[in-house]
Design a protein around this ligand. Structure first.
Ligand SMILES: [Zn+2]
Length: 297
């Protein structure tokens, strides 16, 4: 197993992903697209290719524990498939042959790099980052100050009104949704992937709160609530309904509205972002049940 007690910056992710691909020949590695600064957005797949679930993380710069969680879970699945062993309490290989797992561990590679390494990681957008942010370790948006999870085309106009009413009018470290939906290449990369591949359901990992969000408007399928309930029972996470500013513009919202299939936001960990690396192992243990059930049930 790779070492997951490590900050998952771009170079570290590459090492982990290269090792996974080298050790498990059945893994498929591709790219969803590129970030504003040209960093690749990795896609990893294991199991059935016709019937798949999608797990995504790293939407927000300082929420990089979600990246570690997805990569670790994926590697555990690989190991279990290779050796016919279990993850959590499931022979996960049996389930993956029925329902494959695709992960996008880091949707927002520039934002993560800024949170970990400071504004110079934003390359030509460094002046913009410096202008709007003094504490880059809390950075959430992409390199040009657009919050990817406010940039999806679902309830975007209503969200924009709420941003304006809170005086969020221009690029910012968090919660600025851009000038139009899908204005950002990271957002487009993920929507293109979803339009291309018929994912049965999607999980979006964020931090923090140990909470599950499962609904968006009237089109929310009943199964989304049912999954949330099962995830909650297994993990102790609470099912929550978002405060006003957190409604709309998000990936989960778009996935539900576009496909009318289940999508859930999973908020891992407790505390203030960025959560410390020392929280990872204990929080992963709690989250692992949810990640398993997303494939199994
Ligand atoms: Zn987030």
């Amino acid at each position: 197993m790779s070492d997951y007690n490590i900050f998952p910056d771009h170079a570290t992710r590459k090492t982990i992903i290269d090792d996974i691909c080298k050790n498990y020949s059945f893994v498929r590695h591709s790219y969803a697209g590129k970030s504003v600064c040209g960093r690749c957005i990795d896609v990893l797949h294991i199991g059935n290719t016709k019937n798949r679930v999608l797990y995504c993380g790293g939407f927000h710069g300082s929420e990089y524990l979600t990246i570690l969680a997805l990569l670790k879970f994926f590697e555990e699945c690989c190991e279990a498939v290779k050796n016919h062993t279990s993850v959590y309490k499931y022979k996960i290989g049996d389930f993956l042959s029925i329902r494959g797992l695709t992960i996008v561990p880091c949707v927002n590679p520039d934002g993560v790099e800024i949170a970990l390494n400071g504004s110079s990681a934003a390359m030509k957008y460094k002046p913009l980052v410096d202008k709007v942010c003094t504490n880059t370790y809390k950075w959430q948006a992409n390199a040009r100050g657009v919050d990817i999870n406010h940039n999806f085309n679902a309830g975007w106009c209503a969200l924009k009104q709420r941003e304006l009413s809170r005086n969020i009018k221009c690029p910012a470290p968090t919660r600025y949704g851009g000038t139009r939906p899908e204005s950002e290449p990271e957002t487009k990369a993920l929507t293109a992937l979803c339009k291309n591949i018929n994912f049965e359901r999607a999980l979006a990992l964020h931090s923090q709160g140990r909470e599950i969000y499962c609904s968006f408007g009237r089109n929310t399928p009943v199964l989304s609530f049912r999954l949330a309930s099962q995830f909650s029972q297994a993990s102790g996470y609470n099912i929550a309904f978002p405060e006003e500013i957190a409604t709309g513009g998000g990936f989960k919202d778009w996935f539900i509205e576009k496909f009318r299939r289940p999508a859930l936001t999973i908020e891992m960990g407790l505390g203030e972002n960025p959560l410390p690396l020392s929280d990872f192992e204990s929080e992963y243990k709690i989250l692992q049940s949810i990640l398993c059930l997303g494939v199994v049930v």
